[in-house]
Structure formats: structure tokens, C-alpha cells
Design a protein around this ligand. Structure first.
Ligand code: ZN
Length: 301
């Protein structure tokens, strides 16, 4: 089963399609509800309105939202956080120690915005510093009442600040960008190898760590949620695909010594999944992903 619509998907878990860049089926946010509720990831500044409307549609009240929990600092995961503070006034933003710095330092925020605008060609991307936040770390339990708790996991590899969230009652794991882009429409897996922080070995170790929890449902930022029962989780496939990309990209780069040619190869080979994720930006994404895999080859030493 692959959940792709804004709906209740588990005993205490809700999926919200935030309609990123005006497109359904690209970016999801999740809500976990006990007595109080937590929003996992935030979407971007432009999707805050959609997100709030969908959360209210699902029957969750504004005052129920106690926590806003971005998985990492990228604009499509944390960009909405500061704006959501104004919508859910009782909520605290929970962040890793790295993001406590990143999401409050204007110079870093500027770089995050610039990176997002460049990769997605979207000049409307904005971010502002978060205000009402607390730091969480690996192993912390966020208590939502009614026996619902969210465990914090360190899940670096895609980025150095990435955390994931495990809710044991539904055995639901929200993985953000930690295990790739899984597109339901094209059934493709794209490694989230964006520079400058992607690290192949850490990325793979994180996927194995997530697998060790044996989640029943995995929620992806991109996109939707998959269930284990039908063998849908695809974690092993993600590891395979990631090594395949790595080998192919390094081989192509060694042959061509030209990033643009490597990007073209990725578009030719994997364009379908990239197009589905960000229409008209396959080439930009491909270039960026190639750079992620090639960090140690292209970096001047
Ligand atoms: Zn990311």
C-alpha cells in the first residue's frame, strides 16, 4: 500500500500533501496525534496556507498542535517552520542542535534560500529565523499524551543535521529525505544525494538503522507513505539504487571529466523520476545530484 492522498493513514498518523510548487504528489508532511499533536516537517513558506487548511480539514484543532518538527534545514522541510509559529501559537519548534544554529542564523538561512531557489528555479522561496524552539537529540521521547510518543533518531547522510521520527504505537517512521525520493507515480527511487553534505557511507548506514526498527509504515517527504505488510518499504532497493548511481556517475565522470555530460547521462537514464518530482527542473536536479556523488572528485585539494 502506498498512501498518496491527504488522509488519516494510521491509528494516530495523518498524511498531508502540501502541494509544493503548486503540484500535488511531490511533498508530504505528517501529523502524529495523541492528546496533543506534532507536525513532522513543515513544507516551505509558500505551502503554509495549504498545510494549515488541510490540517484543519482533518479535524485537528489549531490549539492541538504542540510541536513543529522539521527533519532538517532544507527549505522544503523547515522553510515553513517560522511561518507556522504564527499559525499554531501554542507550538514549540523542535530541532537538532545543528538546526538550532542553522535556523536562527541569517547568513545560513540566506544560503539555504539561495540553494532552494537555484535548484528549483523558484524565486518565491523565503525563510526566516525560528523563535520558539527547543533542542532534541537522539533517543529523546516527545510525549503527545494518550500513550503516543515520538522517538528522535539521528539520520545523517543526506545532510549533517538530519533527524527522523518514530512513533511506536503505529510503528510509523517519518524519514524526511534520509532514504531518497520515492515517487509513487513513476515507482522510481532517486538518492537524495544533494551537495554539499551528502555522504554515501553515512547515507547507507542510516537506511540500515531505519530498517532495524522494522517500521510498519514509512512516511517520506517525497512522497507519501508505504506499508511494510505488502513488502513496499523498498529500503534494500534504496541501498542498491544508491550504489548503482554512485558507480555509474563516477564511471561517467572519469570518462568525460565534465559535470554537464554526467548530468545529461542522469537525465537520459533517470529523467522520469526527476520530472515527476520537479517538472522542468530535471537537468538542474541531475547536475546537483551528480555534484553530491562527485564531491571528493571535483573538490580542489
Ligand atoms: Zn533535504
Amino acid at each position: 500500500m502506498w498512501f498518496t492522498k491527504t488522509s488519516k493513514i494510521g491509528e494516530n498518523v495523518y498524511l498531508v500533501d502540501v502541494k509544493m510548487h503548486g503540484k500535488l504528489g511531490s511533498t508530504s508532511v505528517f501529523v502524529v496525534k495523541g492528546e496533543k499533536a506534532a507536525i513532522l516537517d513543515t513544507g516551505s513558506n509558500s505551502t503554509v496556507k495549504n498545510l494549515v487548511e488541510r490540517v484543519l480539514d482533518l479535524g485537528i484543532k489549531r490549539d492541538d498542535i504542540a510541536y513543529i518538527m522539521p527533519s532538517h534545514c532544507h527549505f522544503d522541510h523547515a522553510g515553513g517552520a517560522a511561518y507556522l509559529e504564527g499559525e499554531f501559537v501554542k507550538a514549540r519548534v523542535l530541532v537538532s542542535d545543528k538546526d538550532a544554529k542553522r535556523l536562527t542564523t541569517p547568513a545560513i538561512i540566506e544560503k539555504l534560500v539561495e540553494g532552494g531557489r537555484q535548484t528549483f528555479g523558484d524565486p518565491t522561496i523565503e525563510m526566516k529565523p525560528i523563535n520558539n524552539f527547543d533542542v532534541v537529540k537522539e533517543g529523546d521521547l516527545v510525549n503527545l499524551g494518550n500513550g503516543v510518543e515520538i522517538e528522535i533518531l539521528d539520520t545523517v547522510g543526506h545532510s549533517k543535521d538530519h533527524i527522523s521520527f518514530y512513533e511506536s504505537k503505529s510503528r510509523f517512521m517519518f524519514v524526511g529525505d534520509a532514504v531518497g525520493i520515492h515517487m509513487p507515480q513513476t515507482k522510481t527511487i532517486t538518492p537524495t544525494a544533494f551537495p554539499p553534505e551528502f555522504d554515501l557511507e553515512t547515507f547507507v548506514a542510516t537506511i540500515k538503522k531505519i530498517e532495524s526498527y522494522q517500521p510498519e509504515i514509512i512516511g517520506f517527504a517525497h512522497f507519501g507513505a508505504k506499508t511494510a505488510r505488502e513488502g513496499y518499504l523498498s529500503l534494500k532497493d534504496t541501498v542498491k539504487v544508491t550504489y548503482k548511481w554512485n558507480n555509474e556517475i563516477i564511471k561517467a565522470y572519469k570518462e568525460e571529466q565534465d559535470l554537464e555530460k554526467v548530468a545529461e547521462f542522469i537525465v537520459q537514464t533517470y529523467g522520469k523520476g526527476l520530472d515527476e518530482f520537479a517538472p522542468n527542473h530535471a537537468r538542474d536536479l541531475a547536475r546537483s545530484l551528480a555534484q553530491g556523488f562527485l564531491t571528493k572528485y571535483t573538490k580542489p585539494d
